[in-house]
Design a protein around this ligand. Sequence first.
Ligand code: SAM
Ligand code: SF4
Length: 373
Amino acid sequence: MRRAVGLYVHLPFCASRCAYCTFVTSTEAALMPRTLAAVRREVEPLARGGRRRLASLYLGGGTPSLVPPELLEPVLAAVRDSFELPADAEVTLEANPDDVTPERLAGWRRLGVNRVSVGVQSFADHVLAMLGRRHSAAQAGFAVGALLEAGFAVSLDLILGLPRLDESVLEATLAEVVRLRPHHVSVYLLEMDKPHELARPAVRHPDLFPDADAAARQCLRAGRTLVAAGYRHYEVSNFALPSHQARHNTRYWRGQPVLAVGVAAHSQGGRRRWANLDDLPAYLEAVEAGRSPRAWSRRLDEGEALRERVMLGLRLARGVTSPMVRSCRTGTAALGARLDEFLALGLARESAGRVRLTPRGWLLSNELFESLC
Ligand SMILES: C[S@@+](CC[C@H](N)C(=O)[O-])C[C@H]1O[C@@H](n2cnc3c(N)ncnc32)[C@H](O)[C@@H]1O
Ligand code: SF4
């Protein structure tokens, strides 16, 4: 029998562009029907060679919650035609708090969605305004509560390392998360390496932004609060109540196969990695003309595959096996030296045949991973 697979569907539409966002998105709602048709066209041939079982389906974006459920229905029907979607598969939809209405909740339920990932970012109104979010803190709390009450598994995203996020604001945001008790929490540090609007004031007024130490303190504090509330810190940026780890995302970290459709969608299977065009009009033109929307495809060589496994494995609390690290060390001397430093400083630990990073090690993991590239 063929191995089960994960499927990611990128739905790029957003009502407006947030100041910090680095995702491939579009505010041209008029392109929605064409884009959904293109996604369907990409899904249909995936059944060639036999219908595979889906372990997880992830509707990500962009803002999938913005797409009316009746427009999502044909996409889900195409997925069910091309794959076996068992009742216990994880089916996630990304939602903005302002889209969570009783009608949408009922629509998502009908479609078979059982997990909703909500972009909350902060429970402080002044921070939300600075981020260009379209919702208030109260609306975000209400949305999370309504989703929990409706029986969805709920994941909540927060962003730290932001200007004007002082200790008391962070504490209030964390207290609200703990009060709501979603099943899963993702805590991201504001990424500044890709261009976005919020990066501009950082050039002129770097003093407004927390420095690396202050941002790290915010992350450690969030981690301590969530762990004390019963969450397990199972990946650099992710916390889950028992048995609520994100199954789809875990596939990427474990190198398991994930097919992906939609503009800019990235797929992986074995050592092969491939991605679609990241320009929406170019993507649509290709699919509508019956051409492949693929931008590139490559096969990792053995060394690259091993380095990727170590790098992704160290993102997880379970870490990687010592022999795997050893074989990686042989090919990459810089990694060996860095890892020894991490072990000596208590930023990594080796026990029971595995190497794991500590929460402080995770915060410095970019330095370790640089030596793997
Ligand atoms: C595709 S977006 C979320 C879906 C939904 N559109 C929303 O905004 O609620 C996934 C998450 O990535 C995070 N994110 C986006 N840009 C980021 C950045 N520059 N730095 C850190 N996290 C970012 C946000 O927490 C966001 O909720
Ligand atoms: S954070 Fe979400 S809503 Fe905001 S632009 Fe990015 S994908 Fe769209």
